[in-house]
Design a protein around this ligand. Structure first.
Ligand SMILES: [Cu+2]
Length: 142
């Protein structure tokens, strides 16, 4: 009787341990998968943002700072920039110092603007917000 009780108890204990181990393993594998996926996405996004020319991009002004300081665009193709001014009551615009001086008007946030521009010659061109000389970056035309 006592032996039977002991063996039953041992069986339950073993089951309990293995179930906990399975849960722990499952959670760990899931976390690792999420981390790996995030890492891949982040590095892929950064690479394409910095090196691959894009004809559309979004730039965010928040806390009187741009979220990106470099963008690559193709020479001779129309580029559509979306400017998200998230600073309520603070004016921002996007002004690209390329021939023709494409720029939006200074406008108080919160507001979203669009700027279409084409750069004809390869090179590096500064961009800035005309209200905040510290809000600078570079457009690379390739
Ligand atoms: Cu500004």
């Amino acid at each position: 009787m006592i032996e039977e009780a002991d063996s039953t108890w041992s069986g339950e204990a073993a089951f309990g341990v293995s179930r906990r181990a399975a849960i722990r393993f499952g959670g760990g594998a899931f976390a690792a998968l999420v981390l790996a996926a995030c890492g891949d996405d982040a590095s892929a996004g950064q690479d394409s943002e910095r090196d691959q020319p894009v004809t559309e991009f979004t730039i965010v002004a928040e806390d009187v700072k741009w979220d990106i300081d470099r963008i690559t665009v193709p020479v001779g193709e129309r580029v559509v920039a979306t400017i998200e001014n998230r600073d309520g009551g603070i004016p921002h615009n996007l002004h690209i110092r390329s021939p023709g001086d494409p720029r939006t008007e200074l406008e108080n946030g919160v507001v979203t603007q669009t700027l279409n521009f084409t750069i004809a010659e390869p090179g590096e061109y500064g961009f800035v917000c005309d209200a905040h000389p510290n809000m600078t970056g570079t457009v690379v035309a390739v």
